[in-house]
Design a protein around this ligand. Structure first.
Ligand code: SF4
Length: 376
């Protein structure tokens, strides 16, 4: 776990003269996002190649980060896992590298009976509340939204989505996502959650948000915590990809969320040059548990246009899960899964531990590769 030394904060302070309470205010973090080359120049000297990558790519897929998330960078280069997740690279717009990718591989738009709502599984819907995020991740599975205007949906759009959910009693769970729904003002968040909460057949309101990673001060906001407390169907699913993203502030933020009775889970995306290493992944899973976040899914990177350079071999994820099994607590082992194209659903992918099955015995392979014969 990283303890912020406030070095970055001091540097920022020398330019902007901000107070600690401003830094710890989630609204300040969003209002003071770094969005341009000029903003970045305050912190480091950009090489010509970085400038070139930024100018050519950010024009198409825009750039944005909270100062907090930016402060987690240790080295201003693509070798740094945080830098690599937010700084625009030429690979995103290289047609050869991006060959075989799609803007919307899961047909989220086609499977939308109402604008903003995707109904892909019988009992669940995806509720896209906004196009805005406080950090624009280069690997985003909804990168197509980078091409649209940054805006939250209007009340009438939400109302049409509620009405569809009300009429479809098979729906038990709503995943509120975006963009990042927790960048919305509390009033809007409460409006959405309250309406969903009051639909009797909805058991779970899952919020997919990266605010815990890139703006954990969001969860220092008493008003938001009261909303979680009041509407007790809420679950938070976060998106940590590297141990460098977990700090002492994360720990405080998670503690605040848990104090409202809201569980916190995590989904990680397996990405080349960021976490495609079994030891990094082991540390990530261990550190998540230390701050009381349950690792839930490890996703094989999706074939999304502009993100294919992050994709690994599928075997890499199996190797990681094999490494985790037996070395870390079962609590720390996520489900490795592939999301099938065209909205055909998620498939879990497991290492195979059954070597052979006979009429009266089975031969297993344990996590150390030992072969064990066991009667049926
Ligand atoms: S915060 Fe989530 S929705 Fe927003 S860019 Fe990152 S991954 Fe995509």
């Amino acid at each position: 776990m990283i303890y912020l030394e406030n070095e970055f904060w001091k540097k920022l302070n020398s330019y902007k003269n901000i107070s600690k309470s401003q830094w710890e205010d989630w609204k300040w973090q969003i209002a003071n996002r770094l969005v341009s080359l000029e903003d970045l120049k305050i912190f480091f000297n950009l090489s010509e190649s970085l400038k070139n990558a930024f100018l050519k790519t950010a024009n198409i897929y825009h750039f944005g980060t909270t100062p907090y998330y930016f402060s987690l960078i240790k080295e201003y280069s693509f070798d740094d896992p945080v830098f690599r997740q937010i700084f625009p690279s030429l690979e995103e717009i290289d047609k050869n590298i991006q060959k075989g990718s799609y803007l919307d591989p899961f047909n989220e738009e086609k499977l939308s009976p109402v604008k903003g709502l995707t109904h892909r599984y019988p009992d669940r819907v995806l509720f896209r509340a906004t196009n805005f995020c406080s950090v624009y991740c280069r690997h985003c599975m909804r990168k197509r939204m980078f091409l649209e205007e940054e805006r939250a949906r209007r009340k009438e759009e939400y109302d049409a989505m509620f009405s569809y959910i009300r009429q479809n009693k098979n729906i038990k769970e709503v995943l509120i996502s975006g963009g990042d729904p927790l960048t919305l003002p509390n009033k809007k968040i409460e409006y959405i959650i309250k309406n969903l909460y009051e639909i009797k057949h909805i058991d779970i309101i899952r919020i997919g948000s990266r605010e815990l990673v890139c703006n954990p001060y969001r969860f220092f906001d008493e008003e938001l915590l009261e909303i979680f407390d009041k509407y007790d169907k809420v679950w938070i699913v976060s998106h940590f990809n590297h141990p460098n993203e977990i700090t002492n502030i994360t720990k405080k933020a998670v503690k605040n969320i848990l104090s409202t009775g809201t569980p916190v889970l995590n989904q990680t995306v397996l990405m080349k040059g960021i976490n495609d290493d079994k030891y990094i992944m082991e540390n990530l899973m261990r550190d998540l548990l230390k701050v009381k976040i349950k690792p839930y899914y490890l996703f094989y990177a999706d074939p999304v246009e502009g993100t294919l350079h992050f994709r690994t071999d599928i075997k890499k994820g199996i190797e990681i899960i094999e490494h985790l099994r037996g070395r870390v607590s079962g609590l720390a082992t996520p489900i490795y899964a592939v999301d099938l194209e065209n909205g055909l659903g998620k498939v879990p992918v497991f290492p195979n531990y059954v070597v052979e099955e006979k009429e009266d015995y089975i031969i297993f392979r344990n996590y150390e590769g030992e072969i064990v014969k066991q009667a049926k």
